[in-house]
Design a protein around this ligand. Structure first.
Ligand SMILES: [Zn+2]
Ligand SMILES: [Zn+2]
Length: 106
């Protein structure tokens, strides 16, 4: 099993446990401001999860000048991570939901 590669920018950190990868993305990388709703999320998986949970593929294409391959890659990553780990539990462990209430009603 090859492990989980970070793949943000030219980061190629690899982790055996997806929880460690997500913690790495949250703590070692910056934040990303969603181009559609301006929510600030950690780069990497959580930015992808935010986008595809909150917005549509058409929004993604418009906002990020993406094509269908870009979307497929990101949807695959999201599905793989969500299959491998309880994302809600990881969010809680990383304390990502603190202060998220104001964004939820927008
Ligand atoms: Zn990284
Ligand atoms: Zn958004």
């Amino acid at each position: 099993m090859p492990g989980w590669e970070c793949a943000i920018g030219d980061c190629s950190a690899v982790y055996g446990d997806v929880t460690d990868l997500l913690a790495h993305q949250v703590t070692e990388h910056g934040r990303h401001e969603c181009r559609v709703c301006n929510t600030v999320v950690p780069e990497g998986f959580f930015a992808i999860a935010h986008f595809f949970d909150a917005h549509t593929r058409a929004d993604y294409v418009r906002a990020y000048d993406a094509d269908s391959d870009d979307i497929r890659v990101r949807e695959d990553v999201k599905a793989d991570v969500e299959d491998a780990v309880d994302v809600a539990a990881v969010r809680e462990r990383l304390d990502l939901d603190a202060g998220a209430d104001d964004a939820a009603d927008a």
